[in-house]
Design a protein around this ligand. Structure first.
Ligand SMILES: Nc1ncnc2c1ncn2[C@@H]1O[C@H](COP(=O)(O)OP(=O)(O)OP(=O)(O)O)[C@@H](O)[C@H]1O
Ligand SMILES: [Mg+2]
Length: 260
């Protein structure tokens, strides 16, 4: 499926390395001592029950929250204390569990803003969009990558949930990330739109990017992932190939049992 040749993922330097990571709020510890590596071009999914800490982990990786202890390295650089925007510039892209689009704007206007921001520009549409300017070109290219170029001039409000999720991914692509963090990309998407959305995610991954995906749909996770990490009560229960994780008795009782 990818260059990563085995379940232990010990081929070369990791693109993302999380070591002994801890995070909490007030007196509560929400993430405890998480150590996890993601390799170049790998597809790693994170599963776990509601409240396990999956979104919190993406927040600490992307800089929305700052680790209490431990470290996050991206391509060998320590990014533990960098602002989210600095992490984006270093190649980290992230979607949110809930939509982060500008619903009053068109598809291309959203993409153009993302491309402008990725170039260090402002989130402003005051300058009229000019087809052919740098940001617009980058936006169009990102739309092409997710199959939304033909919807460029449509208002975002007219898009289906599945197409909105594709657009969110296109916005990430504007900053040319090496690692994409996707938080429940299929949430709120109708059954018939899941497969086309998954194809887009597969395509993006096939073009050499590492993907870290939080997702509840087990069939999907097992199908697309090189490895699966299981979070439970803020701790990493296990990491392994889909077969290993599905066969793991602790996973069965901690996660699969609860959702059955
Ligand atoms: N900023 C915060 N302040 C207080 N508690 C928080 C905060 N962020 C997360 N939590 C708590 O941390 C725990 C983990 O939350 P998180 O959103 O990371 O879980 P999750 O695995 O993403 O769940 P879900 O599958 O429902 O999205 C929950 O108990 C949540 O209430
Ligand atoms: Mg979550």
């Amino acid at each position: 499926m990818t260059e990563v040749s085995n379940a232990s993922g010990d081929t070369g330097e990791p693109i993302l390395a999380i070591a002994s990571l801890t995070w909490g709020v007030g007196g509560f510890t929400i993430l405890s001592d998480i150590t996890l590596e993601v390799h170049q071009g790998e597809f790693l999914s994170i599963i776990g029950p509601n409240g396990a800490g999956k979104t919190s982990l993406l927040n600490v990786i992307s800089g929305v929250n700052v680790a209490r202890s431990g470290s996050v390295e991206l391509a060998g650089h320590d990014i533990t204390r960098l602002r989210p925007s600095a992490r984006v510039r270093r190649g980290l892209g992230r979607t949110f569990q809930t939509s982060s689009l500008f619903p009053g704007l068109t598809v291309i206007e959203n993409a153009r803003l993302a491309a402008q921001a990725a170039r260090g520009g402002s989130l402003s549409l005051i300058a009229r969009p000019r087809w052919g300017d740098d940001a617009t070109q980058a936006g169009v290219q990102a739309l092409q990558e997710v199959g939304l170029a033909e919807r460029a001039t449509d208002p975002v409000a007219d898009l289906s949930h599945g197409d909105k999720r594709k657009l969110e991914i296109a916005l990430l692509l504007c900053s040319r990330p090496d690692v994409l963090l996707l938080d429940e990309p299929t949430a709120g998407v109708s059954v018939e739109e899941v497969d086309p959305l998954v194809e887009v995610i597969r395509d993006i991954h096939a073009r050499g990017r590492a993907v870290v995906m939080v997702e509840h749909r087990m069939e999907l996770v097992v199908d697309v992932s090189d490895r699966i990490a299981v979070l439970h009560n803020g701790r990493l229960l296990t990491v392994g190939s889909p077969d290993e994780v599905m066969a793991d008795a602790t996973v069965q009782s901690a996660y699969l049992g609860e959702t059955a």
